[in-house]
Design a protein around this ligand. Structure first.
Ligand code: SF4
Ligand code: SF4
Length: 468
């Protein structure tokens, strides 16, 4: 028989029901805090003096700088960013190993924006049953009105999201002022439109499918789970056999299906642990509400570990919290975070306000002058990371009698090299060594840069080449 194989199953729309309880409140609070930070942080000011921007968090693409309150990152210092990413990743692994997918359930931007969009949907169209009914109903003026309002609010939220993002790359008050006067650059506009549409599509339509099919983290985080990791667990021993209230011989689960109706992933947690579960705790709130009404103890669904579930099934007492907090896995993660954090802190505290990069000429490697002296050329970049103009002295060590000569009109004094505030000074120099001292194939030399206004010294190793 010729059977056609279906490779694609359409994802049914999920209509999460309204729920109230401890975890729902926690989610609202975290949503308010994270969205508040995201939308308002670009307006926080930070005084860095006259020659620097006063936006606390700014990625200044035009001048190749990153600002985060008192921290200022130059392109040469991108390792700070690497360190931050490592810290963030290991921090996430640590939290996942302890408490499962709580990042996904409470703080991931997909969850936060989807929650916000579902809230809008609920305000305009009503709770689960009303939304379902509206979707299934024929086209009426009421349906058009409610759907239009919902989508318009979604688009406004999307636009605010995209708009806030570009503020991190521009001076926020100036950009807002330009926007108010209708002046907006094309790249900025492009970003706002792109992020408006992605927010609208991801939080309005894709929703749980992003977590299920698009997010790579959802796939590999099971590697951080073990039997002591907190998961959302249904207490089968207590709950089964499920059935109608007051029926003889049944467990505490009255099979009301509220835990399924509130789930944003459309899961029935009573079937066991699902890889789709984002540990949001809403089914706990729903079930605790039911337990309160039927006067049974809360916690039929709860954050639990597999070890505790097994212990309880065997009639034994739960392990204490120390068992899941203090584990080799968590000790490793904390160790890595401590090492990376300490290295970053050390680098930050000992960060020099000046830097020097030196590149020996490749061609020619050396030049023999008419008096027999040997000359090597170098490209020197001096980074003045302060917000004031500075002057420097450049010296060389490693060859007796060698001297530095500057190349270029108006720049002929290595004792006084001016570099503007917050900029890179680019100079060309020659090192000229007497013939007797230069007669070795290669000398290891050291350039020494001194700030003339304060005792700060930077050293850079290089070489001096002689070709017979
Ligand atoms: S099963 Fe419970 S914790 Fe998991 S996603 Fe659904 S509501 Fe959230
Ligand atoms: S909410 Fe609680 S009582 Fe109702 S079906 Fe779910 S587990 Fe059973």
């Amino acid at each position: 028989m010729n059977q056609s194989i279906q490779y694609f199953a359409k994802e049914p729309k999920i209509y999460p029901k309204r729920v109230w309880g401890r975890y729902r409140i926690m989610k609202w609070v975290l949503m308010a805090v994270t969205l508040g930070i995201y939308y308002l942080a670009p307006f926080v000011r930070w005084d860095r003096g006259e020659n620097a921007p006063n936006q606390a968090i700014l990625i200044d693409m035009a001048n190749h700088r990153g600002y985060f309150f008192f921290i200022e990152i130059w392109p040469q210092e991108v390792y700070y960013l690497t360190g931050l990413l490592i810290l963030a990743a290991v921090g996430l692994f640590f939290i996942t190993s302890l408490a499962g997918r709580v990042w996904c359930g409470y703080l991931c931007f997909q969850t936060v924006w989807t929650d916000l969009f579902v809230w809008v949907e609920r305000i305009v169209q009503g709770d689960r049953n009303a939304r379902k009914k509206l979707d299934e109903s024929r086209l009426t003026w009421e349906k058009i009105y409610k759907k239009t309002i919902t989508h318009m609010i979604w688009l406004v939220i999307g636009a605010c999201t995209g708009g806030a993002w570009v503020l991190y790359f521009n001076d926020a008050p100036t950009l807002m002022d330009n926007l108010a006067h209708g002046h907006i650059d094309r790249p900025v506009l492009g970003w706002v439109i792109a992020l408006t549409l992605t927010t609208y599509l991801m939080a309005g339509f894709a929703r749980q499918q992003v977590c299920k099919y698009m997010c790579p983290y959802a796939r590999f985080q099971s590697a951080m789970f073990d039997r002591n990791t907190l998961i959302i667990g249904y207490d089968e021993v207590r709950g089964e056999p499920r059935g109608k209230l007051n029926k003889d011989g049944i467990g505490d689960c009255i099979d009301c299906s509220l835990c399924v109706q509130v789930c944003p992933m459309g899961i029935d947690i009573r079937d066991g642990l699902h890889y789709e579960c984002i540990a949001c705790g809403l089914c706990i709130d729903a079930c605790n509400g039911v337990m309160e009404k039927i006067q049974r103890p809360a916690g039929l669904i709860r954050y639990d570990t597999m070890v505790n579930q097994e212990l309880r099934a065997a009639g034994m007492a739960d392990h204490s919290w120390k068992h899941y907090v203090v584990r080799w896995r968590s000790v490793w993660y904390v160790g890595i975070m401590t090492v990376v954090g300490s290295v970053m802190l050390y680098a930050l505290v000992t960060r020099s306000p000046q830097e020097m990069n030196i590149l020996h000429d490749r061609n020619p490697l050396m030049v023999k002058l008419s008096d027999g002296s040997i000359r090597n050329g170098y490209d020197v970049r001096i980074l003045n990371k302060t917000h004031e103009d500075r002057s420097y002295r450049l010296r060389i060590e490693g060859i007796d009698g060698a001297r530095i000569m500057m190349q270029g009109a108006g720049q002929n004094d290595p004792e006084h090299i001016p570099v503007f505030a917050d900029s890179v000074g680019h100079i060309r120099i020659f090192v000229i060594a007497p013939p007797k001292e230069a007669m070795a194939e290669r000398h290891d030399i050291r350039f020494i840069l001194e700030d003339l206004s304060q005792p700060i010294i930077t050293e850079e190793e290089s070489m001096f080449i002689y070709e017979p």
